[in-house]
Design a protein. Structure first.
Ligand SMILES: [Fe+2]
Ligand SMILES: [Fe+2]
Length: 248
């Protein structure tokens, strides 16, 4: 018997392969977006595979912190796309509204994600209700997962406006995220804990080598219990999900 892992129930995104005639920079940008979205997918899968088995208040309160960090990470990703990345694409392409489909997809999961966030920040472990939690999760999952998949093709389709400009816009957004008011005690461990270095050689963690060590020996300490739910170590090694149910 083996336990399911965080590559399901929502399938991960392979790096783009059908890339004939597409510039190297555009393919790199789409691959980086796959990498970022797979961090979200693994965290989401870890949540989906473990929530139903929680019974002890101590486990539930750690899990709620894990869910809060998931929420912060997803919110941060889409917020920066909307305020930095998409406007930059609109500006260099000269096409007003070029990212409107992506924006509409963001709006489709925004409200549900907000309600999920309000719940995981406010509910007490003793009052946590598994059915209510599932309802909140289900309210935004279809829209979120559809968007995480479809955004990759949107980026590949932008190649005609210049791959270098796309790549620069992406890098500028990343720099802004890293400079921004990220809580390293929360977003860093949750994100690193969802990077599988064995998955795809083109989707490797981009931080300097010491960042996982910093996370492990300093930033992970404050919410240590929450990272039990992570599918990987901060060093990119997959690990078993302690609360997932064994498959027969
Ligand atoms: Fe994205
Ligand atoms: Fe997006």
């Amino acid at each position: 018997m083996t336990k399911p892992w965080a590559d399901q129930p929502f399938a991960l995104l392979p790096s783009p392969t059908n890339t004939d005639g597409i510039s190297k920079e555009t393919v790199e940008t789409a691959t980086l977006m796959c990498f970022a979205h797979n961090i979200i997918f693994r965290t989401l899968n870890a949540i989906a595979l473990q929530y139903a088995q929680l019974t002890l208040p101590t486990d539930i309160s750690d899990f709620l912190i894990y869910c809060q960090c998931f929420h912060e990470m997803v919110h941060e990703h889409h917020h920066h796309e909307e305020t930095d990345f998409f406007p930059a694409i609109e500006a260099y392409s000269g096409e007003k509204g070029i990212m409107d489909t992506n924006l509409e997809q963001h709006h489709a999961f925004e409200e549900g994600l907000k309600r999920f966030g309000e719940y995981v920040y406010s509910v007490k472990a003793e009052e946590w209700d598994r059915g209510g939690f599932k309802g909140l999760l289900d309210s935004f999952l279809p829209a979120l997962t559809t968007h995480l998949r479809e955004e990759i093709q949107t980026l590949l389709d932008l190649d005609k406006y210049g791959g270098e400009k796309l790549r620069k816009s992406f890098d500028d957004m990343e720099k802004k995220i890293l400079k921004g008011p990220l809580d390293a005690y929360r977003v860093l461990p949750v994100a690193l804990g969802s990077i599988d270095s064995t998955y795809d050689k083109n989707q490797q963690q981009p931080f300097p080598f010491f960042v996982p060590y910093l996370s492990q020996y300093w930033f992970s300490r404050r919410h240590r219990g929450a990272w039990r739910f992570s599918p990987c170590t901060v060093f990119g090694k997959p690990k078993q999900l302690p609360f997932a149910v064994e498959e027969k």
